[in-house]
Design a binder for this molecule. Structure first.
Ligand SMILES: [Zn+2]
Length: 409
């Protein structure tokens, strides 16, 4: 009994800064792992503060059609751009660093809701490029190392020459020449490309494993990988992997805590498509069970297959929503199915559209949260974590709900 109380006391948060509903989120502290799913209503962005204070931003979206009725309203509001809101969020969270710095920034793939669409009225940066999404964040907060799926030639599977990628490349070039940014291509299978920068020796049970990029997937054994798609020379150009299938993703492990984020990979094969288009199955085989996942492709209808869910069996699922078709109705059915995998699970969404509420109906009432930034706060060592919902109607960082503790398995 005593042991149980002590354990509960530890899991209950004595190792974590107290976070209480209605109060401002206590800042990150040494040994804690914080994962913020930032809600702008216009695309994905995740800020990680690793146990030694190393910072990492995964994506900074600003979708191309912000006024479309399908797209969620801007959060906190439309007075600033999504990139500006993200940059300000990053600066607040990283204030403990003195002058905030992103040790790493990663782009899962080259879509507007992940990297930012350059608008005719976007502000112009120091190097002449337009400020939107990742370029707007990187202008405000220096990026030390930037990893994407295309550097240096941006030519897989065919040359990427649209205005969005050209604008981004101009940003990368100028930042590399003038601000010390180091660009690299993300390499599947490695566990030494994204590492703790401040005190790695103190956290030997922390690891970021590169799982996939450009349809090359880690096998789960040492650093070895395999190609999920046939060679390009054996495919018709119409059957080349599409942008979502080329997403990069990683598994983050901290002791028993495992988390996965894999961009917009699909699991469903397109009608008339090929079996190898199922990127999710290959990922699930490699990574095994995870405590928490971000829904692939925002929970769109082509994602989160039964095979994938049965492989990763998450306790916590996070849906970064920006459109009325996130999540798909049958996707949510699968996620809640205890036939696919047993045990409890909690699902959190950053937003929910009225249209999707009308279509999906009561199943959406099962969501633990459907508005707000979503913070996974992992206790030192990784044995337990909480999910903290933060008010996204202002920059107050006020806690609106606390879920857990969850025990890492
Ligand atoms: Zn997307």
């Amino acid at each position: 009994m005593i042991r149980w109380i002590v354990l509960t006391g530890l899991l209950g948060g004595s190792l974590l800064p107290a976070q209480e509903v209605g109060s401002v989120l206590p800042p990150w502290s040494e040994g804690v792992l914080d994962i913020h799913q930032i809600n702008t209503g216009k695309g994905n962005s995740t800020l990680f503060v690793l146990p030694d204070g190393t910072s990492l931003l995964l994506d900074a979206g600003a979708g191309s059609r912000p006024e479309s009725p399908r797209v969620l309203p801007a959060r906190p509001d439309a007075s600033r751009t999504p990139g500006d809101w993200i940059a300000r969020y990053v600066k607040r969270v990283l204030a403990f660093r003195g002058e905030p710095v992103l040790d790493y920034a990663l782009l899962t793939h080259f879509h507007d809701d992940h990297m930012g669409y350059p608008f005719p009225n976007s502000k112009v940066g120091k190097g002449g490029y337009l400020l939107t999404g990742i370029t707007e964040v990187g202008e405000a907060v220096p990026i030390r190392k930037l990893l994407d799926r295309g550097w240096p030639d941006y030519a897989y599977p065919t040359p990427l020459r649209d205005a969005m990628v050209e604008n981004y490349r101009a940003f990368v070039k100028w930042q590399a020449a003038n601000r010390g940014l180091q660009a690299e291509r993300f390499v599947a299978g490695r566990k030494d490309q994204v590492v703790l920068q401040r005190n790695a020796a103190k956290y030997p049970n922390f690891e970021i494993r590169n799982v996939l990029v450009n349809t090359e997937v880690w096998t789960g054994v040492a650093d070895t990988t395999r190609q999920q798609f046939p060679r390009l020379e054996d495919l018709q150009p119409a059957d080349y992997p599409v942008e979502n299938q080329c997403s990069l993703g990683f598994r983050l492990s901290y002791g028993k805590f495992d988390y996965g984020s894999f961009g917009d990979i699909p699991g469903k094969v397109r009608e008339g498509g090929f079996a190898w288009e199922d990127m999710e199955q290959a990922v699930a085989k490699a990574v095994g069970p995870l405590e928490a996942v971000v829904l692939n492709h925002h929970g769109n209808r082509d994602s989160m297959t039964a095979g994938y869910l049965a492989g990763v069996r998450p306790q916590v699922l996070i849906d970064p929503v920006w459109s009325a078709d996130h999540p798909g109705h049958d996707v949510l059915d699968r996620i809640y199915s205890t036939r696919i995998y047993p045990g409890p699970r909690d699902v959190f969404a950053t937003n929910m559209s009225a249209a999707n509420r009308a279509v999906i109906g009561p199943l959406l009432d099962r969501l633990q949260s459907s508005q707000g930034h979503i913070l996974i706060r992992v206790a030192p060592g990784g044995d337990s974590f909480r999910v903290v919902i933060l008010d996204d109607s202002s920059e107050s960082m006020k806690v609106t709900a606390v879920h857990g503790p969850y025990v890492s398995r």
